[in-house]
Design a protein around this ligand. Structure first.
Ligand code: UDX
Length: 476
């Protein structure tokens, strides 16, 4: 078969977390909608969780069966990771990631080798979440073009890209207690050390996440292309500075596929409760949505201060408290005794919901968020201002973008303690105060930027088309 007529085939292996799965699935749909054959690889334990959540056969074991009915060539398969299916990867996070960093790369190497050996007709390439620390080595071994999907902000990528520079200037590892402005990273005008990722700080620099992050940023530099889940108009200087080193394409927000609806694929790892009926009885803009994503853990004291803060604020709220939020595998209620009775019809507490649907509801006036990148993008997509309460990872950086750069949110307790009176005061003044109009106007401006980006002539769509052309040219 002539080179030109051989089909392109992308091998995609996902990272087993909701915040990574959502954009990765969306990217698979976008690539397949462009005529590329995709093999999407799920980790077995994650797929089992998905099937259990959706009562086994509803997902039909094949995540993409509906997408295939629509004509997309997405092949679906699963692979084992380093632990038995029953192992609680959430409660044993550190042990799990130690093993993933050490023992997963040879498993992927063999798995990818088998896929390649089973089909010699197509032109293969690799699409890996940048979080995977094995991608560059596997791509090099099999001589594959390698695409890296960065699911977080370009700002975080840029800081990670310049770890050497941070190290030379004494900011990596970064002293925990010192606050300094960093003004020398190309593409980052200024960032205070209090916002940089905690895994770059002294206290965390021996942790598995810190070690894994150093590896992934190093490996990421060896990718042929980097796709960024952000919008060019929102991080223009950072993206253009990164482009000096390797081809970056801002193609976000990825959670909102414009080609084939992501509704064709069920990705939710928990079953969703309905919030719309309850929200239907509330006045426009009156309800605060509270959620800390799918991944970070917190402690009982924080939840207690937040609970009483919400109670004292007298603001109506929807609060997502997912099972396992304390990270100890416990399933018992984590809220103070009597709290639910005390808030009665003022508060709806659910284990999980359709976040975009909830944020889109006219009753929602604000989002108290841990500033995970997907939650941030989704809030921006819906034009909802945020109260930021970052807990770890990239979240402090994201909160800096939201509050200082885009001016669409406030910090909950920056530097200060999280006590109930402060929480109540912040929530009250955010939902009812004079600043809200300004925040709303900015949020509306950002919402338009996001929507325009995914229009046919918008930045993200044209960047994606440019990426496809460059990819084809590189492979052929
Ligand atoms: C993780 C990291 O913690 C985060 O900092 C990083 O940016 C991405 O990876 P997570 O903590 O889960 O992600 O946060 P986030 O990125 O906000 O993703 C959460 C996802 O879960 C969102 O897409 C959100 O829509 C979804 N979600 C959340 C629901 O579908 N229902 C809910 O009730 C809550």
């Amino acid at each position: 078969m002539g080179e030109r007529h051989r089909k392109l085939h992308g091998i995609m292996i996902c990272v087993p977390y909701q915040g990574h799965l959502n954009p990765f699935v969306d990217l698979a749909l976008k690539l397949a909608s462009s005529g590329i054959v995709i093999t999407f690889v799920h980790l077995e334990f994650l797929h089992r969780k998905l099937c259990q959540t959706h009562h086994a056969n509803k997902t039909d074991v094949d995540l993409f069966s509906k997408a295939r009915e629509l004509g997309l060539d997405i092949r679906f398969t699963t692979m084992a990771d380093t632990f038995p299916l029953e192992f609680d990867r959430d409660a044993n996070f550190k042990e799990y990631w130690e093993a993933m960093v050490r023992d997963f790369p040879p498993l992927v190497d063999e798995f990818v080798g088998n896929i390649l050996a089973s089909d010699r007709d197509m032109l293969h390439f690799l699409v890996a979440d940048t979080v995977h620390n094995w991608a560059a080595a596997v791509a090099r071994k099999y001589n594959l073009v390698s695409v890296s999907l960065w699911t977080q902000s370009a700002l975080v990528y840029c800081l990670g890209y310049h770890l050497d520079l941070l190290e030379q200037n004494g900011h990596f590892p970064c002293k925990d207690e010192v606050e300094e402005e960093i003004k020398y990273v190309p593409g980052v005008e200024s960032i205070n050390t209090k916002y940089i990722m905690p895994y770059l700080k002294q206290s965390e620099c021996e942790s598995v996440i810190s070690r894994a992050s150093r590896l992934l940023f190093e490996q990421g530099k060896m990718a042929d292309f980097v796709l960024q889940n952000t919008v060019e108009e929102l991080e223009p200087q950072t993206l253009s500075a990164l482009n000096r080193y390797l081809p970056n394409y801002a193609v976000g927000p990825l959670n909102f596929s414009q080609n084939i609806s992501t509704n064709t694929v069920t990705t939710s790892l928990w079953s969703k409760s309905d919030c719309t009926t309850w929200l239907g009885s509330k006045p426009p803009g009156s309800v605060l949505y509270v959620s800390f994503g799918s991944f970070v853990h917190t402690n009982k004291q924080v939840l207690e201060e937040l609970a009483y803060g919400l109670l004292l604020s007298k603001v109506d709220f929807v609060w997502v408290i997912r099972q396992g939020i304390l990270g100890d595998g416990a399933t018992a209620s984590v809220l103070p005794a009597g709290f639910q009775d005390a808030v009665k019809e003022r508060g709806l507490i659910v284990g999980w919901c359709d976040q975009v649907e909830t944020l889109s509801n006219p009753a929602i006036g604000g989002f108290l968020t841990h500033s995970g990148w997907n939650s941030t993008l989704e809030s921006m997509w819906c034009g909802v201002p945020m109260i930021c309460y970052p807990i770890g990872f990239d979240q402090p950086c994201n909160s800096k973008l939201v509050v200082a750069d885009w001016k669409i949110g406030i910090h909950l307790c920056e530097g200060g303690s999280l006590d109930r009176e402060n929480v109540a005061h912040k929530i009250q003044s955010f939902m009812n105060g004079g600043d809200l109009e300004r925040l709303k106007q900015n949020a509306e401006r950002v919402r338009k930027i996001m929507k325009n980006a995914v229009e046919p002539d918008g930045y993200s769509r044209t960047n994606f088309d440019r990426f496809l052309k460059d990819l084809e040219a590189k492979i052929h």
